[in-house]
Design a protein around this ligand. Structure first.
Ligand SMILES: Nc1ncnc2c1ncn2[C@@H]1O[C@H](COP(=O)(O)OP(=O)(O)OP(=O)(O)O)[C@@H](O)[C@H]1O
Ligand SMILES: [Mg+2]
Ligand SMILES: [Zn+2]
Length: 396
């Protein structure tokens, strides 16, 4: 049996299957309905959020015979039909009306000349040829310039879609000639839903919280989420005869530092308990977690406190309910100012750790120092000097 990775197997085939990019798909569908299609587009945004996918569906729609022949279908459905000859050619990857060009590996002026030559020829079938130019920010300035003329006077059948993760690297001479669409990071909830529907379709049982863990790791990229899910499925099949996906299984696979450990840090601060803090530091070091990663998570943990303190609600905290309740409960242990102080200090530490030896030792010290920061803040607020014992902790 040939195995297809999830990201490809579940690649959306219609505009309406694209998650979280409604602002883009709606505009494109409107332009199709009104027959006002431009010649240059820039699709920008994070990796794996649907840029190439949207470009392909757009190309398919532009050449769909049903959309061309049936005005009512065009107005009311505005999706590639998936059944006409052109759509079938697209689906089986043999359509000549779409060319994908990877600017990361073909970025010389010569490459652009070849592309320009190619653009002169119209489509044999259908109406438009769509050129998707991926990673367009990798083109050299000379290559961009060689392209400008084509973009100024494109043949009527040619449509260019420039995809990039780094919009700021595209010269204004190019971007001002294009319609720009900014693809969003995909919200955790939407990623979770999408993963759930993949699991349903694949008949895989899964704990909801496990998918949230995967989604969080993916940080807004659907492709990343789906790749992690592939890995998790393989891992679970090996370790559990049922092949079910558990929260713990995912946490193990991702070598995930769980929320409890983060609360251990803030608990140690509240209790002014350096021994407990050292235990946490040792736990991180012994388990081979990356210290920078840990500090990154710690900043996110503190950010959750700030959110709860400022909104008096946990609605922006992306965690399972039990964990949200804990944030709600613990938020009163610190003033927002003290939390900010800790965040500042950790961010500073992250920078410094990059340049230091005795890495683990510094990491331990930094965690210990958090206790001191918070308690000198609250002591100052109360108009008292911090007691001698705590002072010792900062004297390194
Ligand atoms: N918005 C989305 N809705 C549904 N699935 C998506 C979405 N974005 C990405 N995917 C999934 O991720 C896969 C990769 O997406 P795509 O190739 O469109 O990403 P991209 O934005 O072009 O990324 P890159 O910058 O890395 O080229 C798709 O095959 C699809 O399965
Ligand atoms: Mg792409
Ligand atoms: Zn069609």
């Amino acid at each position: 049996m040939s195995y297809q990775v999830i990201a490809r197997k579940y690649r959306p085939a219609k505009f309406s299957d694209i998650t979280a990019q409604g602002h883009v798909t709606r505009t494109i569908q409107n332009s199709l309905r009104m027959g006002r299609v431009g010649h240059g587009y820039i699709f920008s945004g994070l990796r794996g959020v649907g840029k190439t996918t949207a470009a392909r569906i757009f190309a398919k729609a532009l050449n769909c015979q049903k959309l061309m022949d049936d005005p009512e279908y065009l107005q009311q459905v505005t999706e590639p039909c998936g059944e006409c000859e052109s759509c079938r050619d697209f689906d089986s990857g043999i359509s000549l009306n779409i060319s994908e060009f990877d600017a990361a590996s073909n970025n010389s002026v010569d490459d652009i000349r070849t592309l320009r030559e190619n653009v002169r020829y119209g489509p044999q079938k259908g109406k438009y040829r769509v050129y998707i130019i991926d990673e367009v920010h990798m083109l050299s300035i000379a290559a961009f310039n060689a392209f400008l003329k084509t973009l100024e006077e494109p043949p009527p059948h040619a449509i260019f879609i420039f995809a990039t993760t780094e919009l700021h690297k595209i010269p204004a001479t190019i971007s001002s000639r294009c319609q720009r669409f900014n693809f969003k990071r995909i919200p955790l909830e939407d990623i979770q839903k999408q993963l759930q529907s993949v699991c349903d379709a694949e008949h895989i049982t899964v704990e909801g919280d496990a998918l949230q863990l995967i989604g969080r790791k993916a940080q807004g990229s659907m492709r990343d989420a789906q790749s992690i899910l592939d890995q998790v499925i393989a891992f679970s099949a090996e370790n559990d005869h049922e092949g079910a996906i558990s929260y713990q299984g995912v946490a193990d696979l991702l070598n995930y530092i769980d929320d409890d450990t983060m609360f251990d840090v803030t608990d140690a601060v509240v209790a002014q308990n350096p021994a407990k803090m050292l235990d946490v530091a040792q736990f991180v070091i012994k388990n081979g977690y990356d210290e920078q990663d840990f500090l990154e998570k710690l900043v996110e943990h503190l950010r959750n406190f700030l959110v709860v303190q400022n909104l008096s609600s946990t609605r922006l905290v992306e965690r399972p309910d039990a964990v949200r309740e804990r944030y709600q409960r613990d938020a009163g242990n610190f003033s927002p100012f003290a939390v900010m102080q800790m965040v500042d200090f950790i961010m500073q530490t992250q920078k410094e750790l990059k340049f230091q030896f005795e890495y683990q030792f510094r990491f331990e010290l930094a965690l210990l120092k958090l206790i001191d920061i918070v308690h000198s803040v609250s002591a100052e607020a109360a108009g008292v000097t911090p007691p001698q014992k705590k002072k010792r902790l900062t004297s390194h």
